[in-house]
Write a protein that binds this ligand. Structure first.
Ligand code: HDE
Length: 735
């Protein structure tokens, strides 16, 4: 194509082609040509059989890896494969003259850059993902025909994306929020997406309220404030008028709303699904992920500070753990309920604001998921992964939960917005590992195209393949649920009890967990500026728990309204993360504070003891690199400037560091870790630092002091394993 400098006023200039010189048509053609190998691979492998024109990866390609079909040579090239001679200077008329519109390399590069962003997810915009494997150890063949849940020992590839719900893509990881926990199973029978959260219930019962809920928690639309926070008027205006949200409100204001790590969260499918066996019999099921590391959280003051100090805290934590070989694991659990038993439980199984207490319907563990590979390219994998609740495989089906039914529409629809067309299933991370064969065609960015003339079914001409499969041959057959009813917009009266399980949750918490919920609500409602909204919220809390409403009302300076909590509902210990999590130090991070003159023996001894417990020690010093020590030198990888206590699970002050008492930043490290209930250890004269920071509090629980690091190590590691020491005095208000 001949290029010339065009007059921008020229009305003849074709809008699509002329301005860029490299037209949209060129790019579509290039994409088609470059990807021909994929289409061909499928065609050759399956010519004449049902696998023709599949979208499978080329042999040897890394599943889910970015663009395995693109050959990356050593030379810089344009997108059209032309080698670039100068990537530093635009083409110009003389070294000091104007740039030439002709420059195809500049224009291609800038055009591509200008189009780098795809719309962020309307919710769950910020996330982190990892690849892994799911292995079944207990067959559910009695209930389902799904191979992923019946073939014991089979290893199914998975991709998991964790996320916050509220904030934009660039917001902080540690905001108070529910966390998404979405798993894509690449099963031998197609993709199964289990799109869950770390909280087992949801705010609303009917999908038609989702846009309102999301609008209310997102930044207020006139000035787009606040980011990634529910502590504002519009959210509580909506919640106070939506009593069905009471149960989820308890969860999100509990410690579950500020997890320590994605690796330390439970996951829940939330809705009731169905397992369907080969004879078509259905059993109701709820899915659970149980983390091997237990369920652990931050404290609120820490979570807020981390938002500034390390907004990538959770993302970094996941990637670092996988890089270090500390592969996070979850057990997959199921709660099963016979269709006939739905009337034996006190809640409606179609109501997503209700959970099935494990004390009533036990969780059976059936398999284990291990995340063992970080993405190679965030965009190609974590950003482009597209989950849909409607992605199920034979043997797994939906219930009539109106929230789930609405989700089944919404996820497809939102992917069209994100990917500008229907071909996102061809992106490597979204491709099934099982064959794909149908006659859908064309559309934006379609690159695996079916060769030949037959593009319809039924067909009889050569090249037309594709037959339907019976259930026995692995075809998806929907559960034959008898359905009848009057067309109506109304909710069942069995959805009407909005408070009993909220009360159950609050009553099941340990004392520190209750305090955290109370403090979270004081914080949240303390940011509400409209008194009528605060008052309505108190009215809602009054129906959950007397003490809860009293302490929140007292804090807001408002009268305590009367309510009628269902205090006879009892407790369910399985709801308390403090009760279900065993002490475990593994994979935690401990800051070892040093100064010039520190005992190298102490640093070595505590580091070795921590490593034996699979804890990562990080030496924090006054500067980076070698720090002169008694008995050698130690190497600092972080400093009192580049790190803060909130980045560590615990601190140890090694002997020979008494000089740190005059280092305000180091003293503050200890003070703050103490306020966040973390283990603090010290050896030799290092104990001067906790004494300077804490005064008389330096004998409180979780503070371990000994003459040498070796002597301190066993108790210190145990204190780290306890995670937080709630019985400390004098710190209750800070968190
Ligand atoms: Fe989602 N949700 N959601 N959601 N959701 C999305 O889909 C939606 C709900 C969840 O890492 C969107 O691809 C509706 C419950 C996760 O890519 C969108 C309703 C649960 C993710 C959408 C709900 C979830 C999403 C936005 C009420 C827990 C992130 C981008 C009926 C069981 C998936 C996207 C990822 C994402 C709709 C409620 C979990 C708009 C309509 C309940 C983990 O389709």
């Amino acid at each position: 194509m001949t290029e010339s400098v065009r007059n921008p006023q020229d009305s003849q200039q074709p809008s699509d082609e002329g301005a860029s010189g490299l037209s949209r048509r060129h790019f579509m053609a290039a994409a088609g040509a470059g990807a021909g190998a994929i289409a061909l691979a499928g065609a050759v492998a399956g010519a004449g059989d049902a696998e023709a024109a599949t979208t499978r990866l080329e042999p040897g390609a890394v599943p889910g890896a970015p663009g395995p079909q693109v050959k990356h040579g050593a030379a810089l090239t344009s997108n059209l494969g032309v080698r670039i001679s100068d990537d530093q200077n635009t083409l110009r008329a003389g070294t000091r003259g104007p740039s030439l519109l002709e420059d195809p390399f500049f224009r291609e590069k800038m055009m591509h850059f200008d189009h780098e962003r795809i719309p962020e997810r309307v919710v769950h915009a910020r996330g982190a993902g990892a690849h892994g494997v799911f292995e079944l150890h207990t067959s559910l063949a009695q209930y389902t025909s799904a191979k992923v849940l019946t073939q014991v020992g089979a290893r199914t590839e998975v991709f998991v994306r964790f996320s916050t719900v509220n904030g934009s893509r660039g917001s902080a990881d540690t905001a108070r929020d529910a966390r998404g926990f979405a798993t894509k199973f690449y099963t031998s029978e197609g993709i199964w997406d289990l799109v869950g959260n770390n909280i087992p219930v949801f705010f609303i019962q009917d999908a038609i309220k989702f846009p309102d809920l999301v609008h209310s928690f997102k930044p207020e639309p006139h000035i787009e404030v606040p980011q990634a926070s529910t502590a504002h008027d519009t959210f509580y205006d909506f919640i106070s008028l939506t009593p069905e949200s009471a149960h989820m409100l308890m969860w999100v204001t509990s410690d579950r709303g500020i997890p320590r790590s994605f690796r330390m969260m439970e996951g829940f499918g939330i809705h009731t699904f169905r397992l369907v066996d080969a004879s078509g019999r259905s059993t109701l099921v709820k899915f659970h992920w149980k983390p091997r590391l237990g369920v652990r959280s931050l404290v609120w003051d820490e979570a807020q500070k981390l938002g500034g100090v390390d907004p990538d805290f959770h993302r970094r934590d996941l990637a670092e753990a996988i890089d270090a070989g500390n592969f996070p694991k979850w057990d997959l659990g199921v709660q099963l309920l016979a269709e006939n038993d739905v009337d034996k439980v006190t809640f409606d199984v179609l109501d997503a604001t209700k959970l099935w207490p494990e004390e009533v319907v036990p969780v059976q563990l059936v398999g284990t998921m291990t995340l063992n590979r970080n993405p190679q390219n965030y965009f190609a994998e974590t950003e482009q992964v597209a989950f849909c609740t409607s992605h199920v495989v034979p043997g797994i089906d939906f219930s009539d939960d109106p929230l789930l039914q609405g989700r089944n529409f919404s996820y497809f629809d939102t992917q069209l917005n994100r990917f500008n067309g229907p071909n996102w299933t061809q992106l490597p991370v979204n491709q099934p590992r099982s064959p794909v064969n149908n006659f859908q065609q064309d559309g934006f960015m379609r690159y695996a195209n079916r060769p030949g003339r037959v593009n319809y079914e039924p067909n009889s001409l050569p090249g037309g393949t594709g037959h339907e499969s019976s259930a026995a041959a692995g075809g998806y057959v929907s559960y034959a649920e008898p359905v009848s009813g009057t067309k109506i917009r109304a909710r069942s009266s069995t959805f009407a009890d909005h408070f009993s399980q909220a009360t159950l949750f609050f009553q099941s918490m340990t004392e520190p967990e209750k305090q955290h919920i109370i403090q979270a609500l004081q914080f949240e409602l303390g940011h509400v500026t409209v008194k009528a909204v605060q008052e309505r919220m108190l009215g809602l809390l009054a129906n959950i728990d007397d003490r809860l409403v009293r302490e929140v009302a007292g804090y807001l300076g408002l009268p305590v309204p009367s309510g009628s909590p269902n205090t006879r509902i009892g407790t369910a210990p399985s709801l308390s993360q403090e009760r279900i999590s065993k002490p475990d130090a593994a994979t935690r991070k401990v800051g070892v504070l040093v100064a010039e003159g520190v005992s190298a023996t102490d640093v070595a001894a505590i580091s070795a003891a921590l490593r034996r417990a699979r804890v990562t020690p990080v030496v924090v010093g006054p500067r980076l690199g070698p720090i002169p020590a008694s008995g050698g030198s130690v190497t600092a990888t972080m400093t009192y400037l580049t790190s803060k206590s909130v980045q560590f699970d615990a601190l140890f002050v090694a002997g020979g560091t008494a000089s740190l008492t005059s280092n305000g930043a180091a003293v503050h490290f200890v003070e703050e870790a103490f306020m966040h209930y973390k283990a603090i250890g010290a050896s030799g004269d290092g104990s001067a630092v906790p004494r300077a920071a804490l005064g008389s509090l330096s004998r409180e629980p979780g503070v371990v002091v000994a003459a040498t690091a070796q002597a301190a190590a066993p108790s210190f590691v145990a204190a780290v394993a306890a995670h937080r020491h709630w019985s400390r005095t004098g710190v209750s208000r800070i968190s």
